[in-house]
Write a protein that binds this ligand. Structure first.
Ligand SMILES: [Zn+2]
Length: 109
């Protein structure tokens, strides 16, 4: 079972208390962007077998959105952080690189 710690209220929430929100740190494209960029923003998503950054909402708790880094293969959770964080925290990336030295993710890590 997936258990994530909500960074706002501190509760350890199991997946039945959470609502998934898809991939985190999407680069948004709006009016004036090219059709290809807008299409990518709408439809293209990462689906790795391994480390992934995701959006979750503590639906049956405080109700707030937050971000989580976890391994989709092993279900290991590296950490959670507030949804307003523009990039994964460096200490979280260091923790991931310790286990996966050649870890790369877009242009962020
Ligand atoms: Zn919460």
């Amino acid at each position: 079972m997936l258990i994530l710690t909500c960074p706002y209220c501190g509760a350890d929430a199991c997946e039945t208390d959470l609502a998934p929100g898809g991939e985190a740190h999407l680069k948004r494209f709006g009016p004036g962007s090219s059709d290809a960029d807008f299409e990518t923003y709408l439809f293209a998503r990462e689906n790795p077998k391994g480390v992934h950054f995701e959006r979750w909402r503590h639906a049956y708790g405080c109700g707030k959105w937050f971000l989580a880094a976890r391994d989709t293969n092993t279900m290991e959770v590296y950490g959670t952080y507030p949804a307003q964080t523009p990039q994964p925290p460096e200490e979280l990336l260091d923790q991931i690189r310790t286990k996966h030295p050649d870890f790369k993710w877009r242009d962020i890590a």
